[in-house]
Write a protein of this length. Structure first.
Length: 250
């Protein structure tokens, strides 16, 4: 566990609501995406020499560009389009719609990190838990079934409903409105908890929100974000839950 000196004198237990990114923080989406791309990579001889890092970073940029251009497109369709564009741009391969749809459907095999479920159950004792995710109901319904054991999320806000994707600050503004209107929780009582510096910590920094970086080992996507800051850094959600539990025990 790594803990960075906070930008304020607050403790973790001074917050009342955790705003989670889901994919990359709670769900191992990078393994899911890479495994879903393997049939494409194995079809082409050249990319077998690619490092996993390069594959994921390239796909992540492709996905983000589609989200920015088509902010109301459902994430399932974003994945399909990203697959086809990735195949065309990098390998001059015209992937079929069936191949792209099969890749998008592979989200059903995106599983939580081993520490996630236990950590969320522990954190639910101390905070309201809110998901703010760049996804749609089709995908998140399956993920929710895998995640909610021993707790339930207090609120789920998806890009499908909000009409734009993170890092658009409007997603976080919508979350803050829910925090205040539904839970009576102010901005300075919200802690953004996420892996992606690009999708979450950068907009959180711009809005003056406190944040905890879940620095997942060997995570590559979302790390390019000049100016992104955070108050705490943990290797896993389990480490963060342990730190919160330690604070409440003293």
């Amino acid at each position: 566990m790594s803990l960075k000196a906070p930008r304020s004198s607050k403790k973790l237990t001074d917050f009342k609501l955790l705003c989670f990114d889901c994919y990359g923080t709670l769900i191992d989406w990078e393994t899911g995406i890479y495994d879903g791309l393997k049939p494409l990579l194995e079809r082409i001889s050249e990319p077998r020499t690619w490092l996993k890092k390069e594959v994921l970073e390239t796909f992540g940029r492709t996905e983000s560009a589609i989200q920015e251009k088509h902010p109301t497109m459902h994430y399932t369709d974003v994945l399909s389009e990203a697959y086809k564009k990735f195949a065309k741009d990098k390998f001059a391969y015209d992937a079929s719609q069936d191949e792209a749809n099969m890749f998008a459907a592979s989200t059903a095999q995106w599983y939580p990190f081993p520490d996630t479920v236990g950590a969320l159950a522990e954190l639910s004792k101390h905070y309201k838990l809110v998901v703010l995710s760049n996804t749609d109901q089709i995908i998140f319904t399956e993920s929710r079934r895998l995640l909610e054991h021993g707790f339930t999320f207090d609120k789920v806000l998806l890009a499908e409903e909000l009409g734009h994707y993170k890092p658009d600050p409007r997603n976080f503004e919508a979350m803050l409105k829910v925090a205040k209107d539904e839970f009576g929780i102010d901005k300075d009582e919200v802690l953004v908890t996420a892996q992606s510096l690009f999708h979450d910590h950068n907009p959180a920094t711009k809005l003056g929100l406190s944040s905890a970086w879940i620095s997942r080992k060997d995570a590559f996507m979302g790390h390019v974000a000049p100016g992104a800051k955070y108050d705490w850094k943990f290797d896993t959600m389990g480490d963060m839950a342990a730190a919160v539990k330690a604070e409440t025990s003293t």
